[in-house]
Design a protein around this ligand. Structure first.
Ligand code: AMP
Length: 206
């Protein structure tokens, strides 16, 4: 299965992606995670994209497309993959169609007025990358999964969220129409709890 997960920042994409990838045994490819890993390790790529990422802007298309193309050519993707955070605009969606046509696109649809709360309460582990909400874990700064240090990502700061949302509306929402026209779009209500959202995704994926 070649699947794409689309959703605004804070729609719960990452949480659902982990579950889908486990259930269907698909490699979970998150471009955000790839960029963050490079930033953490201070690679040339990480240093190049740091400023853009911290401000909530997109990394360059050609760079991002090349990274995904290379990743999808690896052995573990030969029976499919789950893309999370890519494509994020029409240029990327058209490029992806040229090297690997997706079969299903799941759009996790969340009311915009809920998003700010979801993101400002998000804490991410510096070590394993898992994220949690303060509503679930309280004020602890210790990762429940690996004991690493929990932080608020720079791009999750309130002043950055508005910018990320407007970038999402302008650049990413058009790909939802694009995939709808290609008849491979499935909308899932992301305002529900994690379990219910997952159950609805499983219905779509079969
Ligand atoms: P995410 O974890 O998916 O929210 O991604 C975090 C950040 O990584 C984004 O705000 C962008 O700066 C960068 N990024 C991730 N995926 C892409 C993409 N497909 N195109 C451009 N930039 C991306």
């Amino acid at each position: 299965m070649r699947i794409i997960l689309v959703g605004a920042p804070g729609s719960g994409k990452g949480t659902q992606a982990t579950r889908i990838s486990e259930k269907y045994n698909l490699p979970h490819i998150s471009t955000g995670d790839i960029f963050r890993e490079n930033m953490k390790n201070k690679t040339p790529l990480g240093l190049k994209v740091k400023e853009l990422m911290d401000s909530g802007s997109f990394c360059p298309d050609d760079l991002t497309i090349e990274i995904v193309k290379e990743r999808l050519s690896q052995e573990d993707c030969k029976n499919g993959y789950l893309l999370d955070g890519f494509p994020r605009n029409l240029v990327q969606a058209i490029a992806l169609n040229e090297f690997s046509k997706p079969e299903k696109v799941i759009n996790i649809d969340v009311d915009f007025n809920k998003i700010e709360k979801r993101i400002t309460g998000r804490r991410t582990c510096e070590k394993c990358g898992s994220s949690f909400h303060v509503n679930d874990i309280g004020t602890t700064s210790v990762c429940p999964t690996c004991n690493g240090n929990l932080i608020t990502r720079k791009d999750d700061m309130p002043e950055t969220i508005k910018h990320r949302l407007s970038v999402y509306i302008e650049q990413t929402m058009p790909i939802i129409d694009f995939y709808d026209e290609h008849k491979i779009l499935f909308n899932v209500d992301g305002n529900k709890g994690v379990e219910e959202v997952f159950a609805n995704i499983v219905k779509v994926l079969g």
